[in-house]
Unconditional design. Structure first.
Length: 250
């Protein structure tokens, strides 16, 4: 593994070993960022993503991190980021689902989803902001969801966490703008990932029929939107929710 350069613009992508996170890491690497990606489990998948970035001529590193753990997040930014690399971008992608109907949803299932998705976004943003505001530059891109905008039966915990991310994005954008830091979020619709591949074929077909573009999105569709918001091309955009949903929720 090639060591990261302390000078080169670096993007941190949480949950960057698989799915949308992996696509984001690869897309950012193509745009010239060196990438630190985090994972919770399956280190082999994280190292595979690093290898794919290096095969593109980029530079990347994988670090294990539970974004819901405040002490672990603080230690990660202290040990791996602050003073070690030139942090220019944070992509808050790490997330989990524990679906279930409201009346049967367990406290721990609600807490786990909100803890990883929303609290994790807050914790990582707080640490990144300490560095970016000092540098008076940086872009933070949060992964929300169409479910956080329109709701979805059986996903009260997930919808609440993603709606919270939208509110967090807008508040942080206003707070950090004066220090040169932009904060935006991307709200994907139904994306063709491991989670949606597990759905029954009939359910997938119904989802596709409900989307005006008549297809599920790809992880690359989302990653390209994330990369745009992280780039200088979006230098006058902050506090925005970019919907990548095929027109299903406008």
């Amino acid at each position: 593994m090639t060591p990261l350069s302390p000078e080169k613009a670096t993007a941190v992508v949480t949950g960057g070993s698989r799915g949308i996170g992996k696509a984001c890491a690869l897309e950012l690497a193509k745009d010239g960022w060196q990438v630190i990606l985090t994972y919770v489990s399956r280190p082999e998948a994280a190292e595979q993503t690093v290898a794919e970035i290096e095969a593109l001529g980029g530079c990347a590193k994988a670090c294990q991190l539970d974004v819901a753990d405040s002490a672990a997040v603080a230690a990660f930014f202290k040990d791996e980021v602050k003073g070690k690399v030139n942090l220019g971008c944070l992509v808050n992608n790490a997330g989990v689902t524990r679906d279930g109907f409201l009346v049967r949803m367990k406290d721990e299932d609600f807490d786990a989803v909100v803890g990883t998705n929303l609290r994790g976004c807050f914790l990582c943003t707080r640490e990144a902001a300490k560095i970016m505001t000092k540098n008076r530059a940086g872009a933070i891109v949060n992964l929300a969801s169409v479910v956080g905008q329109m709701g979805n039966a059986g996903q009260a915990n997930y919808a609440a966490s993603k709606a919270g991310i939208i509110g967090l994005t807008k508040s942080n954008a206003k707070e950090l703008a004066m220090r040169g830091v932009r904060v935006n979020c991307v709200a994907p619709g139904f994306i063709d990932t491991e989670m949606t591949k597990a759905l029954p074929e009939e359910q997938r077909r119904l989802y596709e029929e409900s989307i005006p573009l008549k297809r599920l999105g790809t992880a690359e569709d989302v990653a390209q939107a994330v990369a745009f918001l992280a780039s200088p091309k979006a230098s006058y955009i902050t506090g925005h929710v970019l919907a990548v949903n095929g027109g299903m929720y406008c």
